[in-house]
Design a protein around this ligand. Structure first.
Ligand SMILES: Nc1ncnc2c1ncn2[C@@H]1O[C@H](COP(=O)(O)OP(=O)(O)O)[C@@H](O)[C@H]1O
Ligand SMILES: [Mg+2]
Length: 305
């Protein structure tokens, strides 16, 4: 199991304020890690520490199996956009990339052309940076981050301020990048719906603490829809469900409440069965468990978006 990035008890305190507090993130090769948290949760601060831009108060960052220190060369293997990328407004897209290429001392000039194609801004290559839409600017930012052909791409809220179409395009670009370039990606956002459509793993940061880190697949499994029935007689209900409908995937969260995780389209038939056998059915309904509800529960109220 190869870890591209791990943080170990990573913390950043500003006086008594814990902006980031004992955060242990782990990202494996090929993952798209969705770093989710409300505004002010500490995402940017964490990313700045990962990039070596600010020093942790406690803990450390491990990149490609190496504990990072000031002079680490491991940053060459990372591309990033933190908050809004700045460009030279009166230079063209290509000129901006060329300046950056020389700045980072990356010898391969062909990488500019490649980055323009990968990010879909080839057509706009001779346009001045100041004439680009916000979505195009983000693409240019990503192109710049990709110039030196990194293995890990870090994007801090790349869809901030974009319209829905722009968001969708950037999302697709990120998915394609991960697939085609075999990149590992860390992407932060305060909007769950953006993250859940592309991430393979999610880390939830809340007030500086990492509340949960979980594979999306596992999260979906935990968050299944169900039929909830409020009934008079639990045991009789369960017996009837098993014997007449072969239902075995259920759960009784409290006396008088049964949750059924299979045959979701058959709540009417279930109701009929129970009533016919004299069970008092007070209520029966299909409950859609959304990830949003899950996160709202986890963070104790405030929605993420
Ligand atoms: N240099 C600083 N001094 C004091 N507080 C800071 C500093 N940088 C960030 N913070 C605070 O740390 C918290 C987390 O900020 P940030 O990492 O930018 O959150 P996010 O990126 O999740 O929106 C915020 O409350 C912010 O005000
Ligand atoms: Mg931020």
């Amino acid at each position: 199991m190869e870890y591209v990035l791990r943080t170990h008890h990573l913390s950043k305190h500003y006086r008594a304020f814990k902006a980031v507090d004992d955060v242990n993130i782990s990202i494996q090769q090929g993952e798209i890690y969705g770093f989710l948290g409300q505004n002010g949760a500490g995402k940017t601060t964490t990313i700045r520490m990962i990039m070596g831009l600010i020093r942790p108060t406690e803990g450390y960052v491990e990149l490609f199996g190496e504990k990072i220190t000031g002079g680490s060369t491991v940053f060459d293997r990372i591309g990033s956009i933190i908050e809004f990328p700045g460009f030279y407004p009166n230079l063209t897209v290509v000129e901006n990339l060329e300046i950056h290429r020389r700045l980072v001392g990356f010898p391969n000039r062909g990488s500019i052309e490649q980055a323009l194609h990968t990010t879909g801004i080839w057509e706009a290559r001779n346009r001045l940076a100041k004439r680009l839409s916000l979505g195009m600017k983000q693409r240019l930012g990503i192109a710049r981050a990709l110039l030196h052909q990194p293995e890990l791409l870090i994007l801090d809220e790349p869809t901030n301020g974009l319209d829905p179409i722009g968001i969708k395009e950037i999302r697709q670009l990120i998915i394609d990048l991960a697939k085609q370039n075999n990149l590992t990606i860390l992407i932060s956002s305060h909007i769950l719906s953006e993250i859940e459509q592309l991430a393979t793993k999610i880390g939830i940061l809340h007030r500086g603490c990492l509340l949960e880190e979980v594979l999306l697949e596992e999260l979906r499994r935990k968050n299944r829809n169900y039929i909830e029935a409020a009934v008079g007689e639990d045991h009789k209900t369960l017996m009837l469900l098993e014997q007449h409908m072969h239902i075995t995937d259920y759960h009784r969260p409290e006396p008088g409440v049964i949750r059924i995780y299979e045959r979701l389209a058959e709540s009417a038939a279930i109701n009929r069965l129970l009533v016919q056998h004299g069970v008092d059915v007070k209520e029966i309904s299909v409950v859609k468990a959304t990830l949003e509800d899950y996160f709202i529960n986890l963070t104790g109220g405030g929605p993420l978006a």
